[in-house]
Design a protein around this ligand. Structure first.
Ligand code: HEC
Ligand code: HEC
Length: 368
């Protein structure tokens, strides 16, 4: 496998083409044969919160909001976990895409979410009028964009322009969110909008989707990590001279400076390998937060920088695990990989992967 290859993810789960069915050792085993609650605690609570309430990490929505659960099918939940939302901190968790979970584990998670939320899916009303794109654009610009961003920028809420959101959400689902809001969150019910207004806005939200000829959207991926990639970048270099803030955080610009000066250090990608396979910092090794065996190989005399996208939660777990093993020289890439990528710093990416959407002004990427 030399060239980047692609998975085409269609609306049917069964249609995920499994490209790594060869007998390569399975490095992405689930953390344990675990029930839904255990899987959730190991893999999801970092961002979606211990009680599934959302926002433990930037942007991660509630998974148990009643108006969300009454409007999603189990299929939507399954697909969201399977493919993730490429370009956001929501990784693809399915094994076929390089994540840790087989189909049965994903199903256990979906059941766990349903049981915790205790709200069954209901029949949703369809869109009531033919949408006008121009009116929808104006409404969206005025009433939605600050929170949801658009094709090239994002806000604090779910990114509606994400290709996988577009593939997974139906028009009635979007209409329901607008009409009913999400109680207890910043998503208020838009009860002043007429059915015509809603149809117009939904038509505009739909215009974010890839053109029909590009459907189903492709998830571009590099070959999976082998676990044998060299750990240390610039092994002959001097030690970096950064001073981590709070003993824990190094800004992307300081790491880039050490990179340019060819200092000796190790970069760990703490996200599920599916994300490493999409795009990673050039020279970074994949040691996911849920599968940290390879940390035993890390030399204690060499600086380690761990990163994720959220931007601290998963990298923080890896740094804590290193500290437990007695490493003093381990820190977190402060603003996370998306900021590094947006700045045009060295990345190895699968074909067609673009820079992540810009964060809103004033967003510093620190949730705690
Ligand atoms: C690193 C943080 C992170 C982790 C870990 C994570 N998620 Fe997410 N998840 C997100 C973000 C962020 C979004 C929204 C994507 C966006 O930014 O637009 C999301 C979206 C979702 C959605 C879609 C919700 C909606 O309203 O459409 C589901 C379902 C979901 N995640 C389930 C899970 C499950 C189950 C796990 C564990 C296997 C998990 N997530 C792990 C960050 C995370
Ligand atoms: C003040 C911020 C804000 C504004 C303005 C806003 N939203 Fe939201 N929206 C949110 C938040 C936050 C969520 C997720 C809430 C949660 O955690 O369940 C959300 C959820 C949604 C969802 C469901 C996404 C998903 O995956 O669950 C849709 C669709 C949506 N909003 C559409 C819109 C549209 C269309 C508008 C304009 C008419 C709009 N929103 C205005 C903050 C906002």
């Amino acid at each position: 496998m030399k060239a980047p290859w692609f998975f085409y993810v269609s609306l049917g789960l069964a249609a995920i083409a499994c490209g790594k069915s060869d007998s390569a050792p399975d490095k992405n085993r689930p953390p344990a044969v675990a029930n839904g609650r255990e899987l959730y605690g190991q893999l999801c609570a970092q961002c979606h919160g211990k009680a599934l309430e959302g926002y433990a990490a930037d942007h991660a929505p509630s998974l148990i909001n009643p108006t969300f659960l009454e409007s999603v099918t189990d299929e939507y939940l399954t697909k969201s976990i399977t493919t993730g939302r490429p370009g956001t901190s929501m990784a693809a968790y399915s094994k076929q895409l390089g994540g840790p979970l087989d189909a049965a584990s994903i199903e256990r998670l979906v059941r766990f979410i349903r049981e915790r939320g205790n709200v069954p899916a209901k029949q949703l009303a369809p869109i009531q009028a033919a949408g006008d794109l121009g009116r929808g654009a104006a409404l969206y610009e005025a009433q939605c964009k600050t929170c949801h961003g658009d094709r090239t920028s994002r806000g604090e809420a779910v990114h509606l322009a994400n290709a996988m959101f577009q593939a997974q959400a139906t028009d009635p689902f979007i209409r329901h969110a607008i009409k009913a809001g999400r109680p207890g969150t910043k998503m208020l019910p838009f009860d002043k909008l007429t059915e015509q207004d809603i149809a117009d806005v939904v038509a505009f939200v739909r215009s974010f989707a890839a053109p029909a000829e590009q459907q189903p959207p492709a998830i571009a991926q590099l070959p999976p990590p082998t676990g044998k990639e060299p750990l240390v970048i610039f092994p002959g270099g001097k030690e970096p001279d950064w001073k981590p803030r709070d003993g824990r955080f190094v800004p992307v610009d300081a790491v880039m400076k050490a990179y340019e000066e060819k200092r000796k250090f190790i970069i760990i990608d703490a996200r599920p390998a599916s994300d490493w396979m999409r795009a990673h910092i050039t020279g970074a090794v994949s040691i996911p937060y849920h599968d940290t065996n390879r940390l035993a190989e890390i030399p204690k005399d060499t600086w380690v920088i761990a990163y994720c996208a959220c931007p601290h939660h998963l990298s923080g777990e890896v740094v804590d695990a290193l500290k437990k093993l007695g490493h003093a020289k381990a820190a977190i890439l402060d603003e996370g990989i998306n900021d590094w990528h947006r700045k045009g710093y060295p990345m190895t990416a699968a074909q067609g992967v673009e820079k992540p959407a810009a964060e809103p002004p004033g967003h510093h990427g620190h949730s705690h």
